[in-house]
Design a protein around this ligand. Structure first.
Ligand code: DX5
Ligand code: ZN
Length: 234
């Protein structure tokens, strides 16, 4: 299993002092910055996008992961690469027939049963052709559906909450998906949503090696200690 890493998600940071918050991530020993991009269509919330990536790229050497919770991610992946993202994470739910209950405007969470591997591979290649890493993201209600794509991607991000907001409750039922994936996948497996000192141990035991955290990290009075606790699980 690759080395354990902590990704600090700036969704819970103080945007009035974003430069200081990035420095806080560095000083605390976070391994990467996680940027949650939401479009108000794929998820029921609108967050941040290109201009924030552009603003933080020059002020940190930490790798930046952009987690794209947007419809039609293929339209934007190259732009995120050009703006300096090191990892671009795209959702499998954008590449398959949505289940009836979530097919349409304002219906969430987005879930699929079958991935259109060829279509997803096209966008994975766009990212990799820019020299960047491509991760596929899987929502809690969507099964492991990567099939043949496993060998082409650089990592998988397993959502442990339905995407859209920070500070939600961790869904332990996704752990079996990580265990299953880890049997065949020796690259990065990230977990995102409700990660804390309480939920990280089981996540790592299941096979996750990147822990993405927003509220646990930024809500902590001692962010270095929060990172130390998580990294001690590796
Ligand atoms: C949720 C985002 C997560 C979120 C995590 O849609 O993808 O990255 O920021 O927040 P916490 O760690 O508070 O659950
Ligand atoms: Zn995220």
């Amino acid at each position: 299993m690759p080395a354990l890493k902590v990704a600090a998600s700036i969704l819970s940071s103080d945007f009035t002092h974003l430069g200081d918050e990035i420095k806080k991530c560095e000083d605390a020993g976070a391994d990467m910055i996680h940027v949650d991009v939401m479009d108000g269509h794929f998820v029921p919330n609108i967050s941040i996008g290109h201009c924030i990536l552009e603003a933080i790229r020059p002020i940190t050497k930490l790798p930046i992961e952009t987690h794209l919770m947007i419809d039609n991610p293929g339209m934007y992946v190259e732009e995120f690469c050009d703006l300096g993202a090191d990892i671009v994470s795209i959702h499998v739910e954008c590449y398959g027939q949505l289940r009836a209950q979530c097919d349409g405007l304002g219906k969430y969470p987005k879930e699929i049963d079958v991935l259109d591997v060829e279509r997803a591979r096209g966008d994975v290649k766009k990212i990799q052709n820019k020299g960047k890493k491509a991760f596929m993201v899987i929502n809690p209600g969507t099964p492991l559906c990567l099939g043949d794509l496993e060998k082409d991607i650089d990592g998988v991000l397993i959502m442990s909450v339905n995407p859209g907001f920070s500070r939600q409750k961790f869904k332990p039922e996704v752990l079996s998906k990580i265990e299953e994936l880890r049997k065949t996948f020796d690259k990065d497996i990230s977990i995102d949503g409700g990660v804390s000192d309480k939920t990280a141990p089981d996540s790592v035991k299941a096979g996750a090696n990147i822990l993405a955290t927003a509220s646990y990290f930024f809500g902590s009075e001692n962010p270095s200690e929060a990172v130390r606790i998580l990294k001690a699980l590796g």
